[in-house]
Design a protein around this ligand. Structure first.
Ligand code: TPP
Ligand code: MG
Length: 503
């Protein structure tokens, strides 16, 4: 096919620009993952242009819908979107600047040291990236915390102020990772109807076909978790994509799972549907053939044809600005109490007198540190309503629980509760806390120190991106020692004594 730019609609041009920017950036870096970006460009275009409530001129607008690319290796997909949508850069003090979050030069700097376009999206580096992804499973797991935070804020401050949704894109790798199973189970139990996962079911991972290691019925699994499940059979059909997203928007009871049956590397004549296009540059020859398929000039690189930026401005740009302006009006007329509490929460501050009732403990007092911690949390909780605390089924033993009179429980019938039963799901507990912390809440969760290994990847991630999640990790050995002092025990009696898990 020869160059057909002039015959392409603004949406077709935009889709092919997302694809070719991704291909060119990865070719230039000689590293990256083009396949999913090429296949999912129509999905992200439709999602951002017609659904995502996001104002590129005010990227931290509090009521924005959150977009999570859990398939973080497909980072050029989100970088292309942020660039083309004209998202403004927010500096480290939270000020919106005139600099683009990602300029075309930044796209060309993909995967270079100190660029804002690293190999995998990092939320502390790049405006528009809501959470750091790359370790598969973390994005979906984090999205659950974002959805919880959204529903809690809706209940606390009113749905005129907070009614945002969470849009997540994930892939086969996310579906295989254990943490996504924990996350999906908890989200289904909690009936998080503001949560969407679109699963890129292309049946390909690095090693080849998913038939090598992943043959379960994913749809049946999600139905069993209590999710609504829909399909998009043609990943290039904008109407079919829109119809599926409409179903999510109409849903009021359950989280939504959409399987999109895409072709990895769509448009590449020799690499479509192969593992080769998952994580390798297309290379010069295949790039030419692929651009021919798209009706693109084969000698152009990093081309953004006339009309593409304008298409985004008249889509997400205009829609987002209007939604944000209407929200600001609603916020202005909200009650003073709601406004001032929400402002402190959004600024990451603490209210005056938050620490007035914190008890003091004499040095040497016989009190377990976890009990002292619980008393302290219970004294802070009434002052800091956005502090939510949960435990991986050790609410009493790990003493992280806010007592019910202070807190109430966050559950489908009561979204304003402050305590959350996380179940025996340590990895998800930590990942979910990250999502809540990235949404301005002050989450605290706990398990025994020994089980922290199950949560380690998500704890590590919060350390990297600087999200203020708190993890309580009491050492169960101290409780054991308290009931049975080591001085009276020999090694053999210790072995036959109570096991740590029984105390
Ligand atoms: C926890 C974790 N393990 C391994 C990897 C390395 N890795 C990156 S992408 C990938 C395969 C992903 O397959 P899929 O999600 O289907 O993406 P697609 O090939 O369809 O783009 C793997 C194993 C990773 N990023 N994270
Ligand atoms: Mg795949």
């Amino acid at each position: 096919m020869t160059d057909t730019l002039s015959s392409q609609s603004p949406d077709e041009l935009s889709i092919n620009t997302i694809r070719t920017l991704s291909i060119d950036a990865i070719d230039k870096a000689n590293s990256g993952h083009p396949g999913a970006a090429m296949a999912l460009a129509p999905l992200t275009l439709k999602m951002w242009q017609d659904y995502l409530r996001y104002d590129p001129a005010d990227p931290h607008w509090p009521n924005r819908d959150r977009f999570v690319l859990s398939a973080g290796h497909a980072s050029m997909l989100i970088y292309s979107m942020i660039h083309l949508a004209g998202v403004k850069r927010v500096d480290h003090d939270g000020n919106i600047t005139d600099t683009p979050a990602i300029s075309l030069e930044d796209v060309k700097d993909f995967r270079q040291l100190d660029s804002v376009t690293p190999g995998h999206p990092e939320s502390h580096l790049t405006t528009g990236v809501e959470t750091t992804t790359g370790p598969l499973g973390q994005g979906v797991a984090t999205s659950v915390g974002m959805a919880v935070a959204g529903l809690w804020k809706r209940a606390e401050y009113g749905e005129e102020i907070f009614d945002y949704d969470v849009y997540t894109i994930c892939g086969d790798g996310d579906m295989m990772e254990g943490v996504s199973h924990e996350a999906a189970s908890l989200a289904g139990h909690q009936k998080l109807h503001n949560l969407l996962w679109v699963y890129d079911s292309n049946r390909i991972t690095i090693d080849g076909s998913t038939d090598l290691a992943f043959t379960e019925d994913v749809e049946a699994r999600f139905l069993a978790y209590g999710w609504n499940v829909h399909h998009i059979n043609d990943a290039n059909d904008l109407d079919e994509i829109g119809a599926a997203l409409d179903k999510f928007k109409a849903e009021k009871e359950k989280p939504t799972f959409i399987l999109i049956h895409s072709h990895i590397g769509y448009g590449s004549p020799n690499k479509v549907d192969t593992a080769d296009v998952h994580g390798n540059p297309l290379g010069a020859d295949e790039t030419i053939l692929t651009k021919e398929t798209y009706g693109w000039p084969t000698d152009a690189h990093f081309l953004v044809p006339d009309g593409v930026y304008e298409n985004f401005q008249s889509g997400i740009g205009k829609r987002g600005a209007e939604l944000n302006a209407a929200w600001k009006e609603r916020f202005e007329v909200a009650g003073d109490e709601v406004k001032s509490a929400a402002k402190v929460m959004l600024a990451g501050d603490l209210p005056d007198g938050w620490d007035a009732d914190i008890p003091s403990f004499e040095a040497g007092a016989e009190i377990a540190t976890r009990s002292a911690s619980q008393k302290t949390l219970n004294a802070i909780a009434p002052k800091v309503s956005w502090m939510l605390s949960g435990s991986a089924d050790l609410t009493g033993s790990a003493s992280s629980g806010l007592t019910p009179d202070v807190s109430g429980v966050f559950e489908p019938g009561n979204r304003s509760g402050h305590g959350i039963h996380l179940g025996v799901r340590e990895h998800e507990s930590a990942a979910m806390s990250n999502g809540m912390a990235l949404s301005h809440l002050r989450p605290i969760w706990s398990t025994y120190l020994i089980f922290s290994d199950y949560a380690r990847p998500a704890i590590r991630l919060s350390a990297l991106d600087g999200s203020p999640s708190s993890t309580g990790l009491p050492m169960i050995r101290s409780a054991w020692a308290k009931t049975d002092p080591p001085t009276s025990r020999s090694n053999s009696s210790r072995r036959s004594g109570p096991s740590p898990s029984s105390t």
